[in-house]
Write a protein that binds this ligand. Structure first.
Ligand code: ZN
Length: 316
C-alpha cells in the first residue's frame, strides 16, 4: 500500500451544520446522520478510515457550502474565522496526521486576503478551499483582485470545490439523476475554473495557484478545443487557454476511481500536476486508496501522485 496525502477531506465546525444541511435535503436521513457523525469526528472513525486507505495525512477542509451562502458579510467573516481557529485546534491534537485549508468569506475580498494570510502564517494552513461561487459571484470578479494579489504573494493554492449552481441548467430539468455530482457540479466547477482562465486572471496574476478535484472537472480532456475556439472567437489572452490550465491549475483524484481519466490528466497536464484525494466522507476513502494502489502506473509516478507532488506543491 502506497502512503498517501489526501487533499479533499472534509469536516464540519460548530455552527456550520445549518449551511451543510442545505446539501442533504433529499438524502436519506440515516445516511445524512452517518455523514454528520463522520464530518464532526477527528478521532477513531476518521483515523481508521485513513489507515485503511493508506492515508498518512489528510488536508482538512470544511464541507460546503458554509459561508459561501451566508448573506450577512459580518457573520460570514466571523464564522469563517471561528472555523479556521477550530480546525487549527484539531490539527494541533494530531499534527502528524492532519493539515488544513482555510475557509474564507470572499464576500469581503480584503478581509478574505487578511484571513488567508493569518491562516498561512499563524495557523500553518496549506492554502484555502472556496466552495464554488459565493452567492452567485465567481472568483474571476474584479472585486476579488486584492484577494488574488495576496494569494499569489503568499503562494497559496486555492482549491475550488463543487457547489450547486444558482440556477439549474434547463438541459437538466426533469432529469434528477443528472443533478449534482453526476454531471451538474462538474460543469459548474469546470466553468468556474474556465472563467478564471478566459477572464485573463492568470495574465494579471501569473503565479496564482488553483486546485480542482475530480481530475480537473473534465478540463484536461478538452484542452485542444479550448485553444481552437479561443483563437476562432478572438479571445484576448497572452497565451492559449491550455497553457494556463497546465501552468496555474493542478488536479486531484477526488471522487474519480478510474484509470482512463487519470491517464488523460497525466498526459494533458503533466506527471507533477495530479495528486491524490478521497473526498471523505462523501466518497469511500478505502475505494480511492485501493484504486491508486492498483491502477497500472510506474511505481515512482504512483508515489508522486500519492504524496510526492502534494509535498512539493503544498510545502508539506
Ligand atoms: Zn469534496
Amino acid at each position: 500500500m502506497v502512503q498517501k496525502i489526501a487533499l479533499e477531506e472534509h469536516f464540519l465546525a460548530p455552527g456550520h451544520e445549518t449551511y451543510w444541511r442545505t446539501t442533504v435535503g433529499n438524502v436519506d436521513p440515516k445516511h445524512a446522520a452517518n455523514l454528520l457523525a463522520k464530518l464532526t469526528d477527528f478521532g477513531e472513525m476518521r483515523l481508521k478510515s485513513m489507515d485503511e486507505a493508506g492515508i498518512a495525512r489528510s488536508v482538512l477542509s470544511i464541507a460546503g457550502p458554509s459561508v459561501q451562502i451566508e448573506r450577512d458579510v459580518a457573520t460570514a467573516r466571523r464564522v469563517a474565522r471561528e472555523a479556521n481557529d477550530f480546525l487549527a485546534r484539531e490539527i494541533q491534537k494530531r499534527p502528524d496526521r492532519y493539515s488544513g485549508f482555510a475557509h474564507l468569506a470572499v464576500q469581503d475580498p480584503r478581509g478574505a486576503a487578511d484571513e488567508l494570510e493569518r491562516c498561512m502564517r499563524d495557523l500553518k494552513f496549506c492554502g484555502a478551499m472556496i466552495n464554488g461561487h459565493t452567492l452567485g459571484q465567481y472568483l474571476d470578479h474584479p472585486s476579488l483582485y486584492p484577494f488574488w494579489e495576496r494569494a499569489e504573494a503568499l503562494g497559496a493554492p486555492i482549491y475550488i470545490h463543487p457547489t450547486d449552481p444558482i440556477t439549474p441548467a434547463p438541459a437538466l430539468e426533469g432529469v434528477h439523476g443528472l443533478r449534482r455530482a453526476t454531471w451538474e457540479w462538474g460543469f459548474e466547477t469546470g466553468s468556474h475554473a474556465l472563467r478564471l482562465v478566459f477572464s485573463g486572471l492568470f495574465d494579471r496574476f501569473p503565479r496564482a495557484k488553483v486546485v480542482l478535484g475530480h481530475l480537473g472537472e473534465t478540463l484536461p480532456f478538452l484542452l485542444w478545443r479550448f485553444d481552437s475556439r479561443a483563437k476562432l472567437y478572438g479571445v484576448k489572452l497572452a497565451k492559449p487557454p491550455s497553457e494556463y490550465i497546465k501552468h496555474n491549475i493542478v488536479v486531484t483524484t477526488s471522487g474519480m476511481c478510474s484509470a482512463e481519466p487519470l491517464d488523460c490528466s497525466l498526459a494533458a497536464l503533466g506527471h507533477d500536476r495530479v495528486m491524490f484525494a478521497a473526498d471523505y466522507p462523501f466518497e469511500s476513502a478505502q475505494e480511492a486508496g485501493e484504486f491508486l494502489d492498483r491502477v497500472p502506473l510506474a511505481e515512482p509516478l504512483r508515489t508522486d501522485i500519492a504524496s510526492g507532488n502534494a509535498k512539493k506543491y503544498l510545502g508539506l
